[in-house]
Design a protein around this ligand. Structure first.
Ligand code: SF4
Ligand code: SF4
Length: 251
């Protein structure tokens, strides 16, 4: 039986900590979509994280609707993102613990699982993402919310961030396209915050080391649902509710 209670989680979330910025309508819509998907799957018996795919589908649909609005088409700067541009895949990526568990299950079910697991096994933090292959993401349809959130109008900015250099473009120049960030990070919070508030261990984690910790453990989700902490402290990040660990650069 799950310790998750959608009602209790929602009640807790209605009282945001003082000083927390009010979400934009777009972020709130994404949050609601993420929350609804998690509430649906966590109140089922047995719980199957496969249902988390709904949260991604909802976020993708919301982003598709947003970028086809006249306002966005008229006002948003064109992003430089595209296949072959991958400075962002050379930086550490944050994810929610529940995303990593879901992704581990989805990867285990893929035909190329052995290849992907082998790439992950030899991955080192000094290198690019284990799933970056010939300039493209080899798990594109499963990539974490944070990967989906990043749109930038000037790849020089991303290159500078990778190299640890001062920004290569003037601060006044258009930079990150904010709407995908609001959508995907809103959905991410909608998925993870209720789980956290309900007592499950769902902190922000560093994506690849966290995935490495659970990819070979098919019982990881079941243990996590029982309240066990299945991720080591070293992979926890300080950008999300939950036990913190400071100092790591991530996007
Ligand atoms: S976020 Fe930056 S590095 Fe990544 S695809 Fe877009 S422009 Fe390229
Ligand atoms: S998962 Fe894909 S998009 Fe995300 S960092 Fe890795 S290669 Fe890039």
């Amino acid at each position: 039986m799950s310790i998750f209670s959608a009602d209790a989680a929602l009640a807790a979330l209605k009282a945001p900590p003082r000083g927390e910025p009010t979400p934009t309508p777009l972020e709130q819509a994404a949050f609601d979509a993420g929350f609804a998907a998690v509430a649906r799957l966590m109140t089922r018996d047995p719980i199957a994280l496969a249902g988390l795919a709904d949260a991604y589908a909802q976020a993708e649909a919301l982003w598709a609707r947003t970028r086809s609005t006249p306002f966005f088409l008229r006002n948003a700067a064109r992003a430089a993102c595209g296949k072959g541009c991958s400075w962002c895949c050379h930086q550490r990526v944050g994810a929610a613990a529940v995303e990593v568990l879901w992704l581990a299950e989805a990867l285990r079910a893929r035909d190329d699982c052995t290849t992907l697991a082998a790439r992950l096994a030899v991955w080192s933090p000094a290198g690019p993402c284990a799933f970056l292959v010939e300039g493209g993401c080899s798990i594109y349809e499963l990539r974490p919310m944070k990967c989906r959130a990043l749109w930038h109008v000037d790849a020089r900015h991303c290159m500078s961030a990778y190299a640890g250099l001062p920004a290569a473009v003037p601060p006044a120049a258009p930079g990150v396209v904010i709407e995908p960030k609001q959508v995907y990070e809103g959905a991410l919070k909608g998925m993870a915050l209720p789980l956290n508030r309900s007592g499950l261990d769902c902190p922000g984690v560093e994506f690849l080391p966290a995935l490495k910790a659970v990819i070979d453990r098919p019982d990881a989700t079941a243990r996590w649902l029982k309240g066990e902490a299945v991720f080591p402290n070293e992979v926890r990040l300080d950008w999300f509710p939950g036990p913190t660990k400071g100092g790591k650069r991530r996007r």
